[in-house]
Design a binder for this molecule. Structure first.
Ligand SMILES: Nc1ncnc2c1ncn2[C@@H]1O[C@H](COP(=O)(O)OP(=O)(O)OP(=O)(O)O)[C@@H](O)[C@H]1O
Ligand SMILES: [Mg+2]
Length: 512
């Protein structure tokens, strides 16, 4: 064993080496492994609220099984651990003559392993523990336990910081929701005028007027960019719930592993104080509405939970024991054909029944071309303001007629992006949209590249659009997952979707 001072110094430097607890634990692991038998290292808390052992961070060698993050414990064991108030590092084994460890051994898979447990305290309050595990029995000595006793403090501080960090992230999220809500209160009704409410969207607006005052679940259907979100806003803000929260969730944007706890909440430790309550988005929508956008992207486990919420109006948090009643209105949206998804087995039929009590179909722009002139004028005004153009330019005669001839596969969003680009390029006079209308915009740069005669120089955005379009062709429109465009381009699928929206390229959200 190295000398004591050097040991303390090395461990302290490593456990403080990163803000990311998993990263610093890994650095520490690498060093400790040179000094002691070590195959796995855990940072744990005994979560009183949850009645469970919760793993805050974990590092293992290759071949170590990834541990469960939450291990429910019998109530009397939680009590006993609290009473015992372990102080010094000790060695635990499966055949130990100790009631706590006899009960815990199978739960924490102690059999065949040696564990050294290092209790962690802050201001003499127990906050958790560090577990060193070596595969095989009888691997640790009392002397090694003693030396670990020298470094409890840096570990305790690292654990406390990790928990505080978790709490901050949680707060940040809650504040962001509040901010969105307050912003909308202040500015929301400006600039969110619905164009075509008496013409192309007449039936849609009629449905909105009918359903808004009720509590019914609404399912908004329509191609990408048709205005599903703007209609969801209209429903919430013309309903009796308009003064309550309006929580939006893009089901396709949350990683699958997090979606359950994001939506339904997660039980958590008392240590985190006020943030012990980790309400999911459903709970945060209490008294208001929740908008589940891209509902077709919801993984199966979340579909099951959602069904339960719709049936019983109760939420069960992940790892929780009780059902929490919620008073919410659910608005869901998708551009996908859910019935096809049911056929493929990727969407639950019973959930579809629950969701489709009041479906609202938003027609694509090509079926309501009469709205194109009003939409164009609307975006010229709104975008001029956003771009700081004092006097919105006029639209050249004939331009609107020609805009109406186009089919708009990206719907209103495509038109919106087009107007913005036209304004950015605009150098005086009336807006002619002639690059678009002569087919230049549509053919170039993508078509030009295809024909092997790219216009040079291309703008960066144009080159990017052309390249992405090429890649999408290769993947037959597939964005996400193995062999998808995101993978080929070496970028995150959501970032790619965002960029496609920005560039005004129409695409399928997720293909199977
Ligand atoms: N009728 C309308 N009047 C004014 N603006 C509209 C209208 N319909 C859509 N928009 C605008 O067009 C853009 C796209 O609309 P929205 O985000 O609601 O579409 P979406 O159907 O949710 O699309 P996606 O499926 O891609 O999420 C938004 O900026 C929205 O404000
Ligand atoms: Mg949308």
């Amino acid at each position: 064993m190295v000398n004591r001072d050097e040991f303390i110094r090395e461990v302290t430097i490593r456990i403080c080496s990163s803000l990311e607890i998993k990263e610093s634990l890994r650095n520490t692991f690498v060093y400790l492994r040179e000094q002691l038998p070590l195959d796995e290292l855990f940072l744990n808390i005994v979560d009183q609220n949850l009645g469970a052992l919760r793993r805050i961070a974990y590092v293992g060698t290759e071949g170590s099984e990834t541990p469960d993050e939450i291990i429910p414990l019998p109530e009397e064991i939680v009590e006993r651990i609290k009473e015992r108030c372990f102080r010094e590092p000790f060695i635990a084994s499966a055949d130990m003559d100790d009631q706590i460890f006899q009960t815990m051994a199978p739960l924490i898979k102690l059999e065949g392993n040696s564990d050294m447990i290092v209790p962690l305290h802050l201001d003499s309050e127990p906050i958790g523990g560090l577990t060193l595990r070596a595969h095989g029995e009888g691997r640790y000595s009392e002397e090694q336990a003693e030396i670990m006793g020298y470094v409890t403090r840096p570990f305790a501080i690292a654990l406390a910081n990790a928990l505080a960090h978790e709490a901050v992230l949680r707060y940040q999220d809650i504040l962001l929701d509040d901010k969105r809500f307050l912003n909308r209160e202040l500015y929301g009704h400006l600039g969110e005028e619905i164009i075509g409410g008496n013409t192309g969207l007449r039936n849609v607006m009629e449905a909105v007027r009918q359903v808004a005052p009720l509590n019914s679940t609404v399912l908004l259907l329509g191609e990408t960019g048709t205005g599903k979100e703007i209609i969801a806003n209209a429903i919430h803000f013309s309903s009796p719930r308009k003064d309550g929260p309006f929580i939006k969730v893009n089901c396709g944007a949350i990683p699958e592993s997090l979606i359950d706890s994001e939506l339904f909440g997660h039980e958590r430790g008392a240590f985190t104080g006020a943030v012990a309550e980790t309400r999911g988005r459903f709970e945060r929508a209490e008294g208001g509405s929740i908008f589940l956008d891209e509902i077709g992207e919801l993984p199966m486990t979340a579909q099951v939970r959602l069904l339960r919420v719709l049936q019983s109006r109760e939420v069960e948090r992940v790892g929780g024991k009780r059902a929490i009643p919620v008073n919410i209105r659910v608005i869901a949206a998708t551009h996908r054909n859910l019935q096809n998804m049911i056929g493929e087995g990727s969407f639950r039929e019973d959930l579809w029944f629950r969701l489709s009590t009041f479906p609202v179909m938003i027609p694509p722009v090509r079926q309501r071309k009469e709205d194109v002139p009003a939409l164009t004028r609307h975006f010229v005004t709104v975008k001029s303001r956003e771009l700081g153009i004092g006097m919105p330019p006029s639209i050249a005669p004939g331009a609107l007629m020609r805009l109406m001839e186009y089919d708009w596969p990206g719907n209103v969003r495509e038109l919106e992006n087009l107007v913005e680009r036209e304004l950015i390029r605009h150098r005086g006079g009336a807006l002619t949209f002639d690059t678009v209308l002569s087919g230049e915009e549509r053919r170039s740069p993508v078509a030009a590249v295809e024909e092997g005669r790219p216009h040079l120089p291309l703008k960066l955005d144009e080159a990017m659009a052309a390249h992405i379009t090429e890649v999408l062709k290769l993947t037959s429109g597939k964005i996400h997952g193995p062999g998808g465009a995101a993978e080929l381009l070496g970028m995150n699928a959501n970032t790619l979707r965002w960029r496609l929206d920005k560039l005004g390229i129409a695409y399928r959200r997720k293909s199977r």
